[in-house]
Design a protein around this ligand. Structure first.
Ligand code: IPD
Ligand code: CA
Ligand code: CA
Length: 254
């Protein structure tokens, strides 16, 4: 099933690459939360492929193309993670496909069509980007390149990550807000980033990337250090070495 996910993510990525720079049709899901015609086309391609190969599996897809069957297997799909970037032609976005078995992470693929980089993991078998990859060895937050993100409802909810951002900024080497949580998690998995945290994520943003991080030797938890599951909105993923220090900063205990 991992090979199927890889092939399908490549196909969706080809579709996205072919449409980059074309005139977009936008649908507004909120004031700043958009979906483009390309999100819908990418999702339709992925959902059709799953229905064709695994018709009895559950599908959870961001733009609503899912199905509930009662199968132990659930595909969790973000057809474009980083839609705001994609719509602007800013080349940092991804296709994210995760497979859960009985609610547990089983396989995950994050594909970056701009760089033609495909990150893939199967539970217990490590994370691959061409060959096997590992998280970084950085062991002090002050030496760490971290990333984060902010929810679309940031203007109306208190839990909008601004307080956490202000606390971590003076303690880390740098913080990026690149705009695709799935791809940022893939970057933690291969050591380009030392950690990523975010509040109010959806399973399609985080599931595949979280498996990439764990299978590359990193750690995934809630931002305060507690348990994380694929339906948890609050996530801290790191190389493991800086996890406690960052969790303390995020939960204001430092
Ligand atoms: C968003 C991106 C962004 C993150 C948001 C997500 P979308 O997903 O992952 O980096 O900060 O929380 O909703 O809307 O581009 O699929
Ligand atoms: Ca997303
Ligand atoms: Ca999306």
């Amino acid at each position: 099933m991992l090979d199927f996910a890889i092939e399908t993510a490549h196909a969706a990525g080809r579709l996205l690459r072919a449409r980059v720079g074309q005139r977009r049709t936008l649908t507004f899901k909120g004031d700043i939360d958009i979906a483009t015609d390309a999100d819908l086309a990418s999702e339709a391609l992925i959902v059709a492929a799953i229905r064709n190969s695994y018709p009895d599996h559950n599908i959870v897809a961001e733009e609503g193309g899912g199905q509930r069957t009662g199968s132990p297997f659930t595909w969790v799909i973000d057809p474009i993670d980083g839609t705001t970037n994609y719509a602007q032609g800013f080349p940092y976005f991804s296709v994210s496909i995760a497979l859960l078995r009985e609610g547990q992470l089983w396989a995950g693929v994050v594909y970056d069509p701009s760089q033609d980089e495909l990150f893939a993991a199967q539970r217990g078998e490590g994370t691959r980007l061409n060959g096997r990859v590992q998280v970084s060895s950085c062991d002090r937050l002050i030496d760490a390149l971290c990333s984060t993100g902010f929810p679309y409802d940031r203007s109306t909810v208190a839990d909008n990550n601004l307080a956490e951002f202000s606390r971590v900024l003076p303690l880390a080497r740098e913080i990026r807000r690149a705009g695709s949580a799935a791809l940022e998690l893939a970057y933690v998995a291969c050591g380009r980033l030392d950690a990523h945290w975010e509040k109010r994520l959806k399973p399609w943003d985080s599931a595949a990337g979280a498996l990439l991080v764990r299978e590359a030797g990193g750690r995934v938890s809630a931002s305060g250090g507690g348990d994380w599951a694929p339906d948890s909105p609050d996530l801290l993923a790191s190389n493991g070495h800086i996890h406690e220090e960052l969790a303390r900063a995020l939960s204001a205990e430092s």
